[in-house]
Design a protein around this ligand. Structure first.
Ligand code: NAD
Length: 521
């Protein structure tokens, strides 16, 4: 049974399945959204989603769907496809502008629902909804751009240009840690370019998905353009990515899941865009402003309880400032307040689940046995924490670049500190990972900064800032094992969901042979 799936039992209140949460019902129930209707799964089974800050709190009840539900959603997306594709892109964009405005208007409810569903503190949840708003406005703008090239032909009286075309049905599979932003990063470019969508959200955050789809429907996306099917990755996710009628897959999640999806897509020669894990480093040179570095490290390592793909999990520091930096980090980390993220005074929320708590605790045990844990590293106890998956943010020193702690994605608040003698060793250690998502350097030297911008092998590089905080109008994605070369956000996002068509118009009235008639001999 997958994380987040708390119950596979048949629900006796399925008839109340709806996209809207009912506050007078003890457990609000939600349907799948297929062909513009909120519907129950053909399985008749549901699952409960729990609040990780207090696992007694059931956030909602959701459809435990099957491959048959997926097939119906794909069919709905296929049926809606021709009409949506034929809708002029600026008109598609008008619907998206309405959606962006609605999301802005209803931001607070979505942010609070996100904190309750997955634990990140409310300020971060608001920011995570804002990312969705930003990408929706950005992509709606693409409805009037979506540039191709118009170029001179090598032959007289001939026109040459390229245009983007949608691919068809886009399968969107998303993780729980950004349950609104990441789906928007994927669905907005897919929809504005004329694709239709079937979305399988993470099992830990289906409620955020339902709240997002409600607004997409209200904005006026026609029936069948956006479809939502909840359930497990093994059943619903796999059925979606393996369906021959899906034309493109956009996935964010674990490397191992991405690998399986890429294999399924490869067998059918389907396009697949993967955004995977990270082992992101903040590097600190001897001339760095240590106060600034501490701010950036604590924010990047322990924000979202270390559960961001871009979270900093390694600090690589010049040996002359290592002790001073660690002392300041420990002092700051000990002051972090753990608790329910809906309390605005809380700095660090819970881990997503008992399974995550177990995994992170396992790495903390490894750290205690092989390294020097200078603070934190245990399940957090105390009033208000007893029913949640809380873990004390940990700092571990005396870690070497190839140690397991420095190589494996922990996805929790455990920060390894690696000490190096000079810039070359710092860059070598930063790059000594199979991932390449985000990296940063703190230095006062413009020369060192520019060298690092060139040398760090990561899709995102920050200078004098932490490893998190990407903006939606720049490309987002990783090198090496952090993905398969695609990018989200920015105008690069359009590439995943479109293919190029080159169009030639010969108005000479005679046969003109390229590479022959315009060449001597
Ligand atoms: P996950 O791989 O467990 O799940 C992601 C999604 O895939 C979920 O919806 C899940 O149900 C589905 N899924 C699971 N098995 C499947 C299968 N066999 N076929 C199809 N779908 C399947 O990941 P997660 O725990 O939700 O997210 C955490 C991971 O995501 C971390 O590794 C993190 O680094 C990564 N992540 C990456 C980015 C990025 O942009 N690079 C952003 C956020 C998270």
């Amino acid at each position: 049974m997958e994380r987040g799936i708390a119950s596979g039992a048949a629900s006796d209140d399925r008839a109340s399945s709806t996209g809207a949460a009912s506050h007078d019902h003890p457990t609000p129930a939600y349907g799948n959204f297929i062909a513009g209707e909120w519907v129950e799964s053909v399985t008749g089974r549901t699952f409960d989603s729990l609040n990780p800050a207090d696992a007694r709190d059931v956030v909602g009840r959701f459809q435990l769907s099957s491959a048959s539900d997926v097939a119906m959603a794909i069919r709905a997306a296929e049926v809606a496809g021709p009409g949506w594709r034929a809708t002029p892109a600026p008109k598609r964009a008008e619907v998206m502008f309405r959606f962006a405005a609605l999301l802005a208007e209803h931001k607070e409810r979505r942010a609070r629902a996100m904190t309750r569903a997955m634990g990140k503190v409310i300020a971060e949840a608001r920011a995570a909804v804002q990312e969705g708003i930003d990408i929706a406005f950005l992509m709606a703008g693409e409805g009037r751009r979506m540039f191709g090239d118009t170029v001179p032909s090598e032959l007289p009286d001939k026109w040459a240009m390229s245009v983007r075309e949608p691919l068809g049905v886009a399968a969107i599979v998303t993780p729980w840690n950004f349950p609104i932003a990441i789906p928007c990063w994927k669905m907005m470019p897919a929809l504005v370019t004329g694709n239709t969508v079937v979305w399988k959200p993470a099992s830990d955050t289906p409620g955020c998905a339902a709240l997002l789809v409600e607004l997409l429907a209200e904005a006026g996306f026609p029936a069948g353009t956006v479809n939502l099917v909840t359930g497990t990755g093994e059943e619903v996710g796999a059925a979606l990515v393996e369906n021959p009628d899906v034309d493109v897959i956009s996935f964010t999640g674990h490397e191992s899941t991405g690998r399986a999806i890429a294999q399924a897509a490869g067998r059918r020669l389907r396009r697949v865009a993967l955004e995977l894990g990270g082992k992101n480093a903040i590097t600190v040179m001897d001339d760095a402003d240590l106060g600034l570095a501490v701010d950036g490290i604590v924010w990047s390592a322990f924000g979202t309880t270390g559960q961001r793909c871009t979270a900093c999990s390694r600090v690589i520091v010049h040996e002359t400032v290592a002790d001073a930096l660690i002392d300041r980090l420990v002092e700051r980390t000990r002051r972090l307040r753990l608790g329910d993220g809906l309390d605005p005074a809380v700095d660090v929320g819970p881990l997503i689940s008992g399974h995550a708590l177990e995994k992170v605790s396992g790495y903390a045990g490894l750290a205690r046995s092989e390294h020097d844990v200078v603070c934190g590293g245990r399940r957090a106890a105390g009033e208000g924490l007893e029913h949640g998956f809380f873990f004390e943010p940990a700092i571990v020193r005396d870690v070497r670049p190839m140690d397991r702690l420095a190589q494996e994605e922990i996805f929790g608040p455990i920060l390894s500190v690696i000490t190096v003698p000079d810039y070359d060793a710092l860059v070598t250690a930063a790059n000594q990972t199979r991932y390449g998502l985000s990296a940063s350097i703190y230095t006062a030297s413009v020369n060192t900064a520019f060298r690092a911008m060139r040398d760090l092998r990561a899709g995102l590089v920050y200078v004098n800032a932490g490893t998190i905080g990407a903006e939606t109008h720049l490309p987002f994605g990783g090198m090496k094992g952090s993905g398969n070369g695609h990018r989200e956000a920015g105008h690069a996002a359009l590439d995943t969901f479109t293919e190029w068509k080159a169009v030639y118009v010969d108005y000479s009235g005679r046969l003109q042979r390229a590479q022959i008639d315009n060449q001597p001999g």
